[in-house]
Ligand binder design. Structure first.
Ligand code: BDR
Ligand code: CA
Length: 310
C-alpha cells in the first residue's frame, strides 16, 4: 500500500536527503511540501524546497510557511548547513510557482480532503504545525500518522538540553506535543545512528547528477566538522521518512514527552518519561535503528531518483 505524505521542512542538507528518500521510495507518495524558517531563513528554505522538488522531478505543490517562531526571536543553523542551506550547492533556478496558499492552509486543506489517509512529517521547527493545529484542531484526527525529527531523550545538540528543531520554537513544539495525537519523536538518540560515513558514501557512486551535483558536495560540507570525519554526519531528517516507510527499521517505546519552555538552561528540552502510565502517553519514541537496512532503503530510493533525473 502506498502511503500519502505531506512534508513540512526547512532544507537544510538532511531535509534535502529526506525529500529524496520520500520521492524515491515506491511506498510513499509526496502530496505536498511546506517550508518553515529554521536551518536558514524562510526565503531560502522555500526556494530550496522548490528547487529540490524540480531537481528530483517531484510534482507536489510547495507552499511558504512561517518565517519566525511563535514567540521568540529566530535562531538558525547556517553554520551547519551553509548560508543558503545546501552547503555551497546552488541548484538550478526554477520557473515553478509556489502554491498561492500559506503552508498552514495547504496542510489543513490537504488533510481535510482525505481524513485518515495522509500522514504528516515535520523535519524543521514546529511553527507551521502548531499554527495549523490552532487554526484547525481536527487535523490531529485527520493525519494518518504524525512523525517529527526533533528532540532527544538524553542530550541536545543546540544546547546540552535541547535539539535544534525544538529549541528553534519550543512554544510551537509544546503545542504540538499537547495536541492530542501520538507524535512519533525521531530524536537525536536515534538519528545519531544514521551516519553517512565513508563506507556508506561509496554506495552513492554511479548516481549521476544526484551524486555529483547534490550528495557529494552537500555531504562533504555537512561532514566537514572534525568530530564527523570518521563517524560521518547524522542524516537526521531522513530517519523520520524512513520510519513512515518501514517502522520495523526501529524499535520504538511509548512515552510521555513534555517540552520545557521556561528553563533558563533547559528551554527546548523534550522531557521524556518512558515510565508514564498508558493514559498519559502522547508519543512513540524510536530508540534503535537497523543501520544496514536503513542505508539499503536510502540507496535504493536514491537510485530511483537518480534514474528518473538521467
Ligand atoms: C535537525 O536540525 C537541523 O539542523 C536538521 O535539518 C535537523 O532537522 C537536527 O537537530
Ligand atoms: Ca531539518
Amino acid at each position: 500500500m502506498v502511503k500519502e505524505v505531506l512534508i513540512d521542512c526547512d532544507p537544510g542538507i538532511d531535509d534535502a536527503l529526506a525529500l529524496a528518500l520520500a520521492h524515491g521510495d515506491p511506498r510513499l507518495n509526496v502530496v505536498g511540501i511546506t517550508a518553515v524558517g529554521g536551518n536558514v531563513p524562510l526565503e531560502f528554505t522555500t526556494e530550496n524546497s522548490l528547487r529540490l522538488r524540480d531537481f528530483y522531478g517531484m510534482t507536489a505543490p510547495v507552499a511558504r510557511g512561517a518565517g519566525r517562531p511563535l514567540v521568540r526571536e529566530g535562531i538558525n543553523a547556517g553554520n551547519v548547513h551553509g548560508v543558503m542551506g545546501l552547503g555551497e550547492v546552488v541548484l538550478p533556478e526554477t520557473a515553478t510557482e509556489l502554491d498561492p496558499r500559506h503552508a498552514v492552509d495547504l496542510i489543513i486543506e490537504t488533510l481535510a480532503a482525505a481524513p485518515g489517509e495522509i500522514s504528516l512529517i515535520a523535519t524543521g521547527p514546529l511553527t507551521n504545525i502548531a499554527l495549523a493545529v490552532r487554526k484547525e484542531p481536527r487535523i490531529v484526527e485527520w493525519a494518518a500518522e504524525f512523525v517529527i525529527m526533533g528532540g532527544a531523550y538524553t542530550r541536545g545538540n543546540r544546547t546540552p538540553a535541547a535539539e535544534f528543531n525544538v529549541m528553534a520554537d519550543p512554544e510551537a513544539a509544546a503545542v504540538v506535543f499537547e495536541a492530542g495525537w501520538t507524535t512519533v519523536m525521531i530524536g537525536l538518540d536515534l538519528t545519531h545512528q544514521a551516519r553517512a560515513n565513508a563506507e556508506v558514501r561509496t554506495r552513492f557512486a554511479g548516481l549521476g547528477r544526484l551524486e555529483s551535483e547534490l550528495l557529494t558536495p552537500c555531504l562533504d560540507f555537512y561532514g566537514r566538522f572534525p568530530d564527523y570525519r570518521e563517524l560521518g554526519p547524522a542524516i537526521h531528517d531522513a530517519c523520520a521518512v524512513a520510519y513512515l516507510i518501514d517502522p520495523t527499521l526501529m524499535d520504538a517505546v511509548p512515552a510521555r514527552v513534555d517540552v520545557e519552555t521556561q528553563g533558563r538552561y533547559t528551554s527546548g528540552m523534550t522531557v521524556t518519561d518512558f515510565q508514564a502510565p498508558p493514559e498519559a502517553r502522547n508519543a512513540l519514541v524510536p530508540t534503535t535503528l537497523d543501520q544496514g537496512r536503513f542505508w539499503d532503503l536510502m540507496t535504493e530510493a536514491f537510485g530511483v531518483v537518480a534514474k528518473s533525473m538521467a
